[in-house]
Write a protein that binds this ligand. Structure first.
Ligand code: MN
Ligand code: MN
Length: 473
């Protein structure tokens, strides 16, 4: 079974819309390189579209009714949006669920040290990365520093033309004979991913020198960095303890190829599906079923923690929404969740001709052939997978064909070569229908990942058709 190439299928109008969509998507990537930044830019966007925060409705003792748009934020790192439908919520929702976190390096809690005239920030990698890919790149620092008094300092340095960048050194090839013999996993080890942040000793005036009896300042480069942090961010070394600082590539999303058919950027897993889901939600109008877009954190480390999919945030928020629409009971909530349908909007591996042996070509996702459905993920004998129901897939085929959305199916690589998971299996625990559906990505989890503009646009069309097309569970 061969799938058509989207580029041959689009009308002139669609091609124009595709380019505008791709530009907005690149702007979204540039605005949000951390989950916190993504949540902030999403709030700015949806408030203009009439979404109201659930907490505000509750505070003002207001109820909500069909047609209303409501959102709720969890610890500034995950967010859920609802458009309330005309049908009772216990009949179920149409849910798009994606994640906003991406692989990166996190700054440790006691990170700053000096060695041989270099000041470093010690890091701990987050998510599945090939560590050797992160050396010698221009890197940026994004995040927050929370002081004891509760005030938050936002840090975002490295993206602007005038900003400095940071980097991790690598051994020169001339001396790398031994290193090059190592296994990939050992070529650069986790503790070698220390970020160089300075090299200039703090400037001591002659008067200050005198006061110190001519003794040189210990760790003068580190002291210099601390002086800058104090001056620019009113931050002390102790403040790293309550900071969340993420090291990410310091460049912006770019069009790729002479034909500009692709996008090369950091963090496309899974901001590409998050963006497509968000825009599909904004495009969906007057729903019968309640529509929901759920954008979570911590997927890359197993959906753990209060902001990950395994937390009760989504269930609790849905209960609160049912309460302010006058529909809540424990049983109605359970029915709502069980009767929902979900696309687990996450990326999948694109077929890479350079590594063809890792894929089953007939069951691999191809660039330019549309959103990809993975009936299951997992590894080996589908272990750890959500295996979607054939009946649900049959229904989706009908909806997508009617909306003239093109799509493809794939498995994440060849049987027995590896695998992976998404949030699909967690939502499936409620007994709802869930299938993985997202954009194919080349060099997934690398500092720069590639997607096809056509796939990004068609995935948005697919999500839109799903939100408006599913009428019952
Ligand atoms: Mn993902
Ligand atoms: Mn991932």
């Amino acid at each position: 079974m061969e799938r058509a190439n989207l580029w041959n299928e689009y009308s002139k109008t669609q091609l124009k819309e595709l380019e505008l969509f791709a530009k907005d998507y690149r702007d979204f990537l540039d605005a949000g390189k951390t989950e916190r930044e993504c949540v902030e830019s999403i709030i700015n966007l949806i408030e203009q579209e009439g979404y109201v925060e659930l907490a505000r409705l509750q505070k003002e003792n207001r109820s909500a009714a069909p047609g209303d748009k409501v959102y709720c934020v969890n610890m500034d790192k995950s967010i859920v949006l609802y458009q309330i439908g005309t049908e009772p919520m216990e009949k179920g929702m149409n849910i798009l669920g994606a994640h906003l976190d991406s692989p990166r390096l996190d700054v440790k809690q006691n990170p700053l040290y000096e060695d041989s005239g270099f000041a470093y920030l010690d890091t701990h990698y987050y998510g599945g990365i090939k560590k050797y890919q992160w050396v010698t790149l221009p890197l940026a620092i994004h995040g927050v520093v929370v002081k004891k008094d509760g005030t938050t300092q936002i840090i975002r340095i490295g993206d602007e033309d005038e900003d400095p960048v940071f980097f991790i050194s690598d051994l020169l090839i001339h001396l790398a004979q031994e290193q090059m013999e190592k296994k990939g996993v050992k070529v650069v080890e986790g503790e070698a991913l220390d970020l160089i942040v300075g090299n200039k000793p703090i400037h001591i005036t002659p008067k200050e020198k005198g006061e110190q009896d001519g003794k040189s300042v210990k760790d003068a480069v580190k002291e210099g960095i601390l002086a800058i942090l104090k001056e620019q961010y009113d931050m002390t070394e102790e403040d790293f303890v309550s900071a969340e600082l993420e090291i990410v590539p310091a460049d912006l999303a770019r069009e790729a190829g002479f034909d500009r058919s692709m996008i090369l950027a950091y963090g496309q897993d899974d901001r590409v599906c998050s963006f497509a889901a968000l825009r599909a939600m904004l495009a969906a109008k007057n729903p019968e079923r309640t529509l929901c877009v759920l954008l979570v954190d911590k997927e890359e480390i197993g959906s753990v923690g209060a902001t990950g999919m395994q937390s009760n945030f989504f269930e609790n928020t849905t209960a609160e929404l049912m309460e302010i629409t006058g529909q809540y009971s424990e049983l109605a909530l359970r029915r709502c969740l069980a009767n929902s349908c979900m696309l687990s909007a996450d990326v999948t591996s694109a077929f890479d001709p350079n590594y063809a042996s890792c894929f089953d070509k007939r069951n691999a996702a191809m660039f330019g052939k549309g959103p990809v459905f993975n009936k299951f993920t997992g590894s080996r004998g589908k272990s750890g997978s959500n295996d979607a129901n054939a009946e649900f897939i049959g229904k989706l085929r009908g909806i997508l064909d009617a909306a003239k959305v093109r799509y493809q199916t794939s498995e994440l690589g060849k049987v027995d070569v590896g695998g992976g998971g998404t949030i699909a299996y967690i939502l499936a625990l409620y007994g709802m229908n869930v299938i993985d559906c997202g954009v194919a990505v080349l060099n997934m989890h690398a500092p720069h990942e590639a997607t096809s503009k056509a796939d990004v646009y068609e995935t948005y069309r697919c999500y839109h058709a799903f939100l408006e097309g599913v009428k019952e569970s």
